[in-house]
Write a protein of this length. Structure first.
Length: 290
């Protein structure tokens, strides 16, 4: 199978939107987020896959993990896909789960599997242990705009059990953003340079085609125009689960470069200064301030 790749980023950095865009590529499959890779590792990384009960137990446990229900993969499809694949190790069993999702979504069998999950921020070494040849794309958004996105969620009361619980105070958001970015960078320092690509969210919004060309080249793929119509495909195919749409409405809309720098109108001067007091070094690293 082709090497796995992972999309990483601090929450509210555009990673869900990025996932939707990329999974519209004919040769890419990125399911909705679910952390089963990490959650089931201890139970199955040394499993005896030649024993049928291992495969059936794995399929059952995957089906019970948080958010996997949003993939809409019938258990019989998951089991039959794994049976056909006959995995010999944990990594191939994991990709069998992705393959089952791809069959439900009508993707061709041989695609490049990706996984977007902010939860993996602190688990990069484990991902490398499972997939030594994995590639990683780190999406970085201006932390001050991230703060606006965090604060916009206040008062959101969807019925979904998956609604995010994020801090509201500027200092707390700044500390969390710095922590997440530093954790990702520390983890990615374990990778070879050619296995890591950093993308600024503002560049994705304002120079979409050139950024996506860079990303697909990094993945060893051709550019696919279908990515640019991601919002239509999302509406038609439900690429983002309905349970998450109330806080991910931008996945249904064209990219809007005017939202870059929204903090200038949504945060006060004092709030901006408070955020920068904590996050200035990283903001400078990514050229968000000079």
């Amino acid at each position: 199978m082709k090497p796995q790749f992972f999309i990483l980023g601090s929450p509210r950095s555009g990673t869900s939107l990025f996932r939707i865009i990329l999974t519209c590529h004919a040769d890419i499959l990125i399911p909705p987020e679910c952390g089963f890779i990490q959650w089931l590792y201890e139970s199955y990384h040394g499993a005896k896959w030649e024993q049928p009960e291992t495969l059936y137990n794995f399929a059952s446990d995957v089906s019970k993990t948080r958010k996997f229900s949003t993939w809409n993969v019938p258990r019989e499809v998951l089991v039959s896909t794994l049976e056909h694949l006959a995995p010999t190790e944990y990594s191939s069993a994991v990709q069998g789960v992705f393959k089952a999702y791809g069959s439900v979504m009508g993707k061709k069998p041989e695609v490049q599997y990706g996984d977007k999950n902010n939860y993996y921020t602190q688990h990069i070494p484990l991902l490398l242990d499972i997939f030594p040849d994995a590639k990683f794309i780190h999406l970085v958004r201006d932390g001050r705009d991230v703060a606006c996105s965090y604060r916009a969620l206040k008062g959101l009361k969807p019925s979904s059990p998956f609604v995010p619980h994020l801090p509201y105070e500027i200092m707390d958001i700044a500390k969390e953003w710095v922590f997440n970015v530093e954790m990702i960078r520390d983890g990615l320092s374990l990778c070879a340079e050619d296995k890591v690509l950093e993308v600024r969210y503002c560049d994705l919004l304002q120079n979409t085609s050139s950024v996506l060309e860079e990303v697909t080249t990094f993945l060893g793929l051709r550019f696919d125009e279908a990515m640019l119509g991601y919002y239509d495909q999302n509406r038609r195919l439900g690429l983002e689960p309905e349970e998450m749409l109330s806080w991910k409405t931008k996945t249904l809309e064209p990219l809007d470069g005017s939202r870059v720098g929204r903090y200038l109108t949504e945060l006060s001067k004092g709030q901006i200064e408070e955020f920068e007091a904590t996050a200035l070094p990283i903001l400078r690293d990514y050229k968000y301030v000079t």
